[in-house]
Design a protein around this ligand. Structure first.
Ligand code: TMP
Ligand code: ASP
Length: 250
């Protein structure tokens, strides 16, 4: 089946063996070894899985939000894994080798940065900060640096440089795109991988699960912090982000 046909198919028709299941997503093989089916789930976890719950229709909202932002980034010349949105809550993505690293970029102090460095939440950072974490739940995703990455052979120095260059470009592009939707990009987590041609690409998702989005006018939190901090109106926040992205489409 060609990609165009696969995108129109019923996900159940093309769903092969499960290759990965995380807290918020599952990945399945398709008949094409270079293409995976990505399912966005309603399950939500926080604090390294210690808090568990379900956010009604989160899978649908996240699949559409991540599709919107990946399409935008691809259009701006960023290499991503995204191949297209299927019905409901599924993407087709390129099969990549993931580095097992999380790259966090922060524009405004919040979350673990505010806690660790004793900064007030909402402090605008004079320069954005980029951090690396090891993707390892059993170790609570420890904070690591380039020396740890080299010692653990997670990627080559060139690949690390390529990831950081992409992350900085993505920061400018996403901040600007979200501002058009009256959303402030506070911080977010990216995951990268390498495709069979050796190209470093953005993988994973870009959603209110993995980003902090604040209403630029009111400062209202429109992301998973509503779930983490029991702020209520969790589903509404995800729906609001999608609505604003759709309405502010260029
Ligand atoms: P943090 O303040 O908890 O370190 O999170 C920073 C940003 O990265 C926030 O937008 C949430 C996102 N993030 C994830 O998506 N997954 C993770 O495992 C971590 C640690 C952070
Ligand atoms: N530790 C992150 C959080 O608090 C990621 C997670 O466990 O989902 O959201």
């Amino acid at each position: 089946m060609k990609l165009e046909q696969m995108l129109k198919a019923n996900p159940d028709e093309i769903r092969g063996e499960k290759v990965y299941e995380g807290k918020a997503k599952a990945l399945f093989r398709t008949e094409d070894p270079s293409i995976l089916l990505m399912e966005f789930k309603d399950d939500a976890t926080a604090f390294d899985g210690k808090k568990k719950g379900t956010i009604v229709e989160k899978g649908y909202f996240n699949a559409h939000i991540s599709a919107n932002l990946n399409t935008y980034l691809e259009g701006q010349g960023i290499a991503t894994h995204y191949l297209g949105l299927m019905r409901d809550r599924f993407h087709l993505v390129r099969h990549m080798d993931m580095f097992g690293l999380e790259v966090v970029v922060r524009n405004i102090a919040a979350g673990s940065l505010a806690r660790r460095l004793g900064m007030d939440e909402g402090t605008v950072l004079p320069k954005p900060i980029l951090e690396h974490y090891l993707k390892a739940d059993e170790l609570s995703d420890p904070w690591i640096n380039a020396y740890h990455i080299a010692a653990m052979d997670l990627c080559t120095p060139e690949q690390l440089e390529a990831m950081e260059e992409l992350a900085w470009k993505i920061n400018l592009l996403l901040s600007e795109r979200l501002e058009r939707a009256n959303l402030t990009l506070v911080d977010y987590k990216l995951e990268f991988g390498v495709d069979p041609d050796g190209v470093v690409r953005l993988g994973d998702e870009i959603t209110p699960d993995t980003c902090r989005f604040w209403d630029s006018t009111t400062g209202d939190k429109l992301d998973k912090d509503r779930f983490r901090q029991d702020l209520g109106r969790v589903e509404d926040a995800y729906r609001e982000v999608l609505d604003r992205l759709t309405e502010s489409e260029a």
